[in-house]
Design a protein around this ligand. Structure first.
Ligand SMILES: NC(=O)C1=CN([C@@H]2O[C@H](COP(=O)(O)OP(=O)(O)OC[C@H]3O[C@@H](n4cnc5c(N)ncnc54)[C@H](O)[C@@H]3O)[C@@H](O)[C@H]2O)C=CC1
Ligand SMILES: C[N+](C)(C)CCCC(=O)O
Length: 518
């Protein structure tokens, strides 16, 4: 899909051509025929491999891409490509970097329909949601483009006219390793601050979702990024390990599960490399009886059913005050009934398939255990077969609400990563907080109440990196995002992410004579 470099007039026409291309893609038609690695400014086949992978269209179960997982040599080539771009990119002023990033943001915005369509085909989320993901993606590049120009150090006056200054410098080649639930957006959350700071990047998406990130690489090149600034290697654990262990890599930013996060940290520790870890969660959402009920129900829906529930920060433990338990549960179940499941490329669909069959079976396994442990399925939780014959091989589950839940149940303790909400009842604020915090995770948390003091008191007491009051799962790029406890550390988004992609140099300047001790 790489388009030739063109002048400004033709460039204006290109979005329309692309829009037509993407509109003609319906579910069951896409087949990838292009190389999925990207380095040295172009799509390439890897020069060595550690096995083959297939990527699926989860809505139909069709294989849409077969590719070789990059071996050690290919990983090294990609890193060398990034290293050579780093030399140029790191010497540019923030404003120069900003211009390239703004142009990339513009191209993404203009290609929203095409990118969202590809994301939907490869991930299974509804086109409605995928468009939002793409919007967040270009906003991320725009936001960090805005910060690039104002990255600056400090000047410190010292005795006798001497002084010091600090410089915020890039780290070098940064590695991004992503999960499959937000393929394009996760890549932009990492590339945005990394590139703004003057780093180069080698990115490895999940082998389940290899398609869209290569398009980001092409877009950055089209926007004028130096050759090799953003490279893509494809593969699973082995390819990821080559990246983490490579001596020329300065930092690893990872989004994925806790066990893999722990391995990444271990590998990075060998080279004393900093890591950012965005890991899993089992976040609480506490609903007090003084909440606006309709709002609280909508909040719980947002906290549980985006992207088929495959969202790390979901508020899956919904603590509802005993006084409103019945009313709340009834309203949530009524609302869940209205979720339109089916072909994710159709405009009115709000829930597509899960990512793949093994994951669907894992989620159904959690539901079986939930039933055995005494939870009550209030709605959904069944494999779902849409009427359209082409969707018969897809991985659909009807969205599920579990009642009668207790804190010791597996469905309440473990991350399900599927469309499953567990409702728990509570009586006092103190009790709700203690139970909410009784988890090894700490990614997010939410509270619904109309009592302003209570809202802030609860938010302060929640042991989580991202807390919502009277809303859930909104993600403005200006806000830092990341976990407490085993949900990881480091932050993405917001100004603070700059600190995770740069290092501070202090330059001490002597204006007098050296006062030697010898
Ligand atoms: N906090 C967050 O922002 C998010 C967290 N997640 C978590 O991720 C999990 C689901 O995503 P998955 O892709 O299944 O997670 P995963 O941990 O299996 O894989 C994530 C990425 O790491 C790579 N990887 C796997 N083993 C590796 C190794 N030994 N060395 C280097 N790289 C390796 C994978 O190929 C993939 O690109 C969920 O449990 C969820 O909790 C998912 C999305 C967002
Ligand atoms: C965009 N949002 C907040 C719904 C989810 C982002 C975190 C993730 O990658 O799962």
């Amino acid at each position: 899909m790489k388009l030739p470099q063109v002048g400004p007039v033709l460039r204006l026409l290109i979005p329309n051509i692309r829009l037509k291309m993407s509109r003609s893609l319906s579910t069951g038609t896409f087949q990838n025929s292009l190389p999925l690695n990207y380095r040295g400014g172009q799509r390439v086949q890897p020069i060595d491999s550690v096995g083959k992978e297939q990527a699926y269209e989860p809505s139909t179960g069709r294989v849409i891409a077969t590719f070789n997982c990059s071996g050690e040599k290919e990983v090294n080539e990609a890193i060398q490509s990034a290293k050579s771009a780093f030399k140029q990119w790191s010497q540019k002023s923030g404003m120069e970097r900003s211009r390239v990033m703004l142009d990339a943001a513009r191209i993404i915005r203009e290609r929203t329909e095409e990118l969202a369509t590809i994301e939907t085909i490869n991930n299974g989320k509804s086109i409605f949601e995928a468009r939002v993901d793409i919007e967040i993606s270009w906003l991320t590049l725009e936001y960090y483009a805005g910060l690039a120009g104002s990255m600056a150090g400090q000047h410190v006056q010292l005795p006798g006219g001497s002084f010091a200054y600090t410089r915020r410098e890039p780290l070098g080649v940064c590695v991004g390793i992503g999960a499959w639930n937000y393929p394009f957006q996760i890549a932009c959350w990492k590339a945005g601050p990394a590139l703004a700071c003057g780093n180069a990047m080698v990115y490895k998406p999940s082998p389940f979702t290899p398609i869209s990130v290569v398009m980001l690489a092409e877009i950055l090149a089209e926007a004028g990024a130096p050759t090799g600034l953003f490279n893509v290697v494809q593969g699973g654990a082995s390819t990821g390990e080559f990246l983490c262990k490579h001596p020329d890599v300065a930092k690893v930013s990872f989004t994925g599960s806790v066990p893999t996060g722990s391995k990444i940290m271990e590998m990075a520790s060998q080279g004393i490399k900093p890591v950012t870890l965005e890991l899993g969660g089992k976040s609480p959402l506490i609903i007090f009886p003084d909440s606006d009920l309709e709002n609280a129900v909508n909040g719980a829906m947002m906290a549980n059913f985006l992207t088929q529930g495959q969202v790390c920060c979901n508020g899956t433990r919904v603590f509802v005050h005993r006084d409103i338990l019945e009313k709340f549960t009834e309203s949530v179940v009524k609302k869940v009934k209205t979720i339109k499941i089916g072909d994710p490329l159709l405009e009115n669909t709000r829930m597509g398939p899960l990512i793949n069959r093994p994951h669907m079976e894992k989620v159904l396994g959690f539901l079986k255990t939930a039933r055995e442990q005494g939870a009550k399925i209030l709605i959904g939780g069944e494999p779902y077969t849409p009427e359209d014959p082409k969707l018969k091989g897809g991985y659909y589950i009807s969205p599920c609400v579990l009642g009668n839940c207790r804190d010791d149940m597996t469905c309440v303790k473990e991350e399900i990563f599927g469309p499953v909400m567990s409702i728990l009842s509570f009586e006092t604020e103190e009790e709700a907080l203690e139970r909410a915090n009784n988890t090894t995770y700490g990614l997010a948390g939410g509270v619904f109440t109309s009592d302003i003091q209570r809202a802030h008191r609860v938010a302060a007491a929640l042991q989580a990196g991202m807390c919502f009051i009277n809303n859930y799962n909104v993600s403005p790029v200006e806000l830092p995002f990341g976990g407490y406890k085993r949900s990881g550390f480091g932050r993405e988004n917001g100004q603070v992410a700059i600190e995770y992609y740069s290092q501070l140099k202090t330059v001490c300047v002597e204006m007098g004579k050296v006062e030697s001790a010898f």
